[in-house]
Design a protein. Structure first.
Lengths: 262, 329
């Protein structure tokens, strides 16, 4: 479980705090989504979580432990993160790549034990990429690569999984497959925190949506609580209507047209 | 892609040993394998013993160590900087080391280890300068890697200019000594320099091998590395520092031998080496083979004139660099 309390994150020379007093909880067994417009502070929260951005005040608690009291390795054993960007400069075998997820457990010198090997095998299987294990990372499609990255995070065997925009650049089929995977992972007991632009998908899969705007929580709750047309219109600065998706009746955002006259 | 097999190690070592034997046997006086083996055991003709044990063997070993150091340094730099074009020569490390060495020459300072110490200080200064320029983010905590590479190239150019200025009014002897650094040569190998270089290479190279798994994680990018429990900035900086130390030690012993650190890690990767522990070791073996072979070419191609070692490695390395650049584009 991740508990974020009154979190303030700021970057040097920035006019305002990137995250300005955000509180929310991502409990075990649930899929919690962080949504909001560009620059609303979603990624800054993830960066604070892996200590790449400075926490000015407030706190992040992982289970019972305050983030600041954990070493980076302890943190990595508790929270697995799939960051937004990752360039694979030098290709490696998928299996070796996923095995790097065991680094927080192995450190510099310990050799992989059976526990480590089975963690990697489980992770590849869970992410549905066990058949790609012998391929090289530069021979993967976009969808395969994202799943392999998730497998690497799952190999960490951390109780918390955080993903920053894992479906950017993916087509509908691959995007749905990733969301279904995350939904099942939450069902298996992980605390899953998902940063995503895809409000409609998030509304179908997430237990809780935390909608951020300009570094603050605009609203949070179940998808039906959060997906209110007037509020979304203000936050995104665009006229919208909220309808129901025909399959499961989840709220669905439909942006309206606003033609530009030249 | 090629998978690296266990027996490749035996091939790599065997090739190195064969090239090393040829390098000891060939020269102004060509020796047979039997003569070399006898000389190594201190039996046979005294002149042959002197040629083998006092001249060719230390020279071959120095070349091998220089190649090993540059190969390992290049492999670590490419991995931790996530840049297939990174190498000590291009990052200004070697240039800085050469400035230190040449200044010692120009100022006429002699004495045990003066050149080595000066080369090391020069290398650290160049690294510090390149790092300072590429600092970004909160209180300069992060290093922009692309800027670091560019800064290194520019610092290298500055180093060359400094060397030119230092040599402008130099005596012919100083000039020759300095040119030795600029062009690279294993000709002045002594058992003493071989011992010092061996100690530095095994110490610094050992540290890189020890940290290799950290380089694996760093090569995934700063954010992923951070999420796997590594302080990417600190770790990247200290690997850069040790790789610079390794390069500085080779420059102190044999001057500027360019492009080995660039080419060799790519050959190692082509053979299927991926994880940095075997990659650094493999690059050291291949680097050793390459420089011993290049030095053999330098001694024998235009005999009795000796060609500059650094020029030979550059002639091999530059086309390779251009092909890599073309691929990256």
């Amino acid at each position: 479980m991740i508990t974020v309390t009154d979190l303030v994150v700021s970057y040097p020379r920035a006019a305002r705090n990137a995250v300005d007093g955000v509180s929310f909880v991502a409990p075990a067994g649930k899929l919690t989504a962080l949504a909001g417009p560009n620059g609303s502070g979603k990624s800054s929260i993830v960066r604070a979580l892996i200590r790449r951005a400075e926490v000015v005040s407030g706190s992040i608690t992982i289970g019972e432990a305050d983030l600041r009291t954990l070493s980076l390795a302890e943190l990595a054993r508790r929270v697995a993160v799939v960051p937004q960007r990752e360039e694979a400069t030098f290709p490696i075998q998928v299996r070796e790549y996923a095995a790097l997820g065991r680094y927080p457990h192995l450190g510099l010198w310990r050799t992989a034990s059976e526990v480590d090997q089975s963690a990697v095998a489980d992770a590849l299987l869970q992410a549905g990429v066990d058949d790609l294990a012998d391929r090289d990372t530069d021979a993967l499609s976009g969808g395969e690569w994202q799943r392999v990255r998730i497998a690497r995070a799952l190999a960490q065997k951390a109780p918390v999984l955080v993903l920053d925009e894992p479906t950017t650049f993916l087509d509908v089929g691959h995007e749905m497959a990733i969301f279904e995977l995350l939904y099942s992972l939450a069902g298996s007991g992980l605390a899953v925190l998902l940063v995503s632009h895809q409000l409609n998908l998030v509304a179908r899969f997430a237990d809780t949506i935390v909608l951020l705007n300009e570094g603050r929580v605009a609203t949070s709750g179940t998808p039906s609580d959060v997906m209110k047309a007037d509020r979304l219109e203000t936050i995104y600065g665009w006229p919208v209507v909220v309808s129901r998706d025909p399959a499961i009746g989840a709220p669905a955002l439909v942006p309206l047209r606003r033609p530009v006259s030249l | 892609m090629t998978r690296f097999r266990g027996w490749y190690w035996f091939v790599l070592i065997a090739v190195l040993l064969v090239v090393a034997m040829i390098a000891v046997a060939r020269g102004a006086i060509t020796l047979s394998l039997t003569e070399v083996m006898e000389a190594l055991r201190s039996s046979g003709d005294p002149t042959t013993i002197a040629i083998v044990r006092d001249l060719r063997l230390p020279r071959m070993l120095l070349g091998a160590l220089v190649g090993a150091g540059l190969g390992a340094s290049g492999a670590a730099l490419q991995g931790s900087l996530r840049n297939p074009l990174a190498e000590p020569y291009l990052l200004g490390v070697s240039g800085g080391a050469a400035v230190g060495a040449v200044l010692v020459f120009a100022l006429g300072i002699t004495g045990a280890g003066a050149v080595t110490v000066a080369a090391f200080i020069g290398a650290v200064a160049a690294v510090a300068l390149a790092l300072a320029v590429s600092r970004v983010g909160a209180r300069g905590a992060r290093v922009d890697l692309r800027t670091l590479l560019l800064a290194g190239v520019i610092v290298g150019a500055f180093a060359n200019a400094t060397i030119m200025v230092a040599l402008a009014r130099a005596e012919p002897n100083t000039m020759r000594g300095a040119l030795f650094w600029m062009m690279g040569s294993a000709a002045d190998a002594t058992w003493r320099s071989v011992t010092w270089l061996a100690l530095s290479i095994f110490a610094a190279g050992g540290v890189l091998v020890y940290w290799a798994r950290e380089i694996d994680v760093l090569s995934l990018g700063e954010e992923t590395a951070a999420s796997l429990g590594i302080d990417a900035d600190r770790s990247g900086r200290r690997i850069f520092f040790i790789a610079a130390l390794l390069a500085a030690a080779t420059v102190a012993a044999a001057g500027l031998v360019g492009f080995v650190g660039l080419v060799v890690p790519h050959i190692a990767r082509r053979l299927g080496l991926r994880a940095h522990r075997p990659l650094v070791i493999g690059a050291a073996l291949i680097g050793a083979t390459l420089v011993v072979a290049a030095d053999l070419a330098a001694r024998t191609l235009a005999a009795p004139t000796e060609l500059p070692l650094g020029a030979i490695t550059a002639m091999l390395g530059v086309p390779f660099f251009l092909v890599q650049l073309r691929r990256a584009a």
